[in-house]
Design a binder for this molecule. Structure first.
Ligand code: FAD
Length: 387
């Protein structure tokens, strides 16, 4: 096997890196994940993730973690209600969608990010994850790389795999291509004890998701396992909106004022989101890697997930692509059909770029549709056609 007797370093313990570590470890490969979080209890932010049959779930099946997933997913959290800006329901699949439909292509069960991370962490030997390892730089040493971390430690690896997300520090060692801004910014908020704090919106949410469209702006929200409701105001904005807006994201009343002004056509029911959210709100400019990006494969360095192909979240594919990368790369690195690691990496990267480019294109198109004047009708017919 190509990876036999090689030390592999995975930089970043997100869903992509941890899935890869699990899949390689199952093949007896020496692998270590270097993660900047101080320990496994770091709070994982963001909305729940929906896993797809032929990517995220396929990777979990191969990792022998499918049953764990089934024991921990959020039944019903994938059910969707679409409303207009007055919170009037125009579409709901609560009455029609099955709670459990594994094996069906359009069944996209949701799981909390933190729970998915926990399942993956617990599937890997504790000593294979090196916490508090914030990667800073590396240099060539012999056939491999000497990695340097913020905690002043240095480690050697024969093969390095970057899975350090959107602002990857590994990417510049492979290519100087940079992400571009999609034109859309999302402002993330979180509400503890959502059902009690937001009785009116919770009765529409019903443990699932709401997508509200109006006047080229969106509000997207979903139930989390711990009773929190996560939401995003999603809108077109100039680049660096967060800095240029002058808003203080720790100041709840300031953000509520901004919402009332910028979403002025929206009914007062939505104000509850901003009144009850914890601070700070998190502005997330949505970036994407160029669709035609390419680079020359290196003999001992590659990347997966957002590090390789950051894309907007409007097709719900980011984590699925990261986990499928992990599946495909693990197969390339452990198969006997390549003559060298470089050839295996080259084969993986060629497929990965082609696949990710198509999905990123779809994600960009969805982003445009969801922020267009016709968003409500377009998205309603999209969801109606699926069931
Ligand atoms: C607002 C928003 C909503 C989204 N919604 C969805 C959705 O519904 N469905 C979906 O599929 N995707 C969604 N995504 C995208 C999804 O979150 C990502 O595609 C996915 O998390 C990528 O996984 P990853 O493992 O590649 O990177 P990440 O999840 O970003 O993990 C990277 C890891 O690397 C670590 N790290 C970073 N830098 C370093 C360093 N220098 N040294 C060491 N460790 C480092 C980080 O701490 C982290 O643990 C959304 C994204 C956003 C912004």
């Amino acid at each position: 096997m190509l990876s036999a007797n090689k030390q592999i370093a995975i930089i970043g313990g997100g869903p992509g890196g941890l899935t890869l570590a699990r899949l390689l470890a199952l093949q007896q490969v020496n692998v270590k994940v270097y993660e900047r979080d101080l320990d496994k209890n770091a709070r994982v932010q963001g909305s729940p993730l929906d896993l797809h049959e032929n990517s995220g779930l396929a990777a979990l099946r191969k990792a022998d973690l499918f049953d764990e997933f089934k024991n921990n997913y959020l039944p019903g959290a994938d059910k969707t209600t679409i409303t207009n800006e007055r919170a009037e329901i125009v579409y709901s699949d609560h009455g029609t969608k099955k709670v459990e439909d594994f094996g069906y292509e359009h069944f996209r069960p949701e799981i909390d990010r933190g729970t998915l991370r926990k399942i993956l962490i617990e599937s890997i030997q504790a000593e294979s994850i090196v916490w508090d390892s914030h990667f800073l730089s590396m240099e060539k040493q012999g056939e491999g790389w000497l990695l340097h971390f913020k905690n002043k430690k240095s480690e050697y690896a024969d093969i390095v795999i970057g899975s350090d997300g959107a602002n990857s520090k590994i990417r510049p060692y492979i290519t100087d291509i940079k992400p571009f801004y999609s034109g859309i910014t999302m402002l993330e908020g979180n509400i503890y004890d959502g059902e009690n704090k937001l009785p009116r919106l919770s009765s529409i949410l019903r443990g699932g998701k709401i997508m509200a469209f109006g006047n080229k702006k969106d509000l997207l929200m979903g139930q989390k396992a711990n009773g929190e409701i996560g939401f995003y105001a999603s809108f077109k904005a100039e680049e660096n909106w967060a800095a240029k807006s002058g808003l203080d994201f720790y100041n709840k009343s300031q953000i509520l004022e901004w919402f009332k002004k910028d979403y002025s056509e929206w009914s007062g029911i939505w104000d509850e989101l901003f009144e009850n959210a914890i601070t700070p709100f998190i502005p997330r400019p949505i970036n994407c890697m160029p669709l035609d990006q390419t680079w020359v494969a290196l003999p001992n360095l590659t990347m997966i997930g957002d590090a390789a192909h950051l894309m907007p979240p409007f097709a719900g594919e980011g984590v699925n692509m990261a986990m499928l990368d992990a599946l495909e790369l693990s197969e390339c690195l452990t198969a006997d059909k390549y003559h060298s690691v470089e050839e295996a990496i080259s084969f993986y990267e060629l497929n990965m770029r082609k696949r990710a480019s198509l999905i990123a294109e779809e994600s960009l198109e969805n982003g445009e549709k969801m922020h267009s004047r016709n968003a409500l009708t377009t998205m309603t017919s999209f969801f109606s056609g699926e069931n």
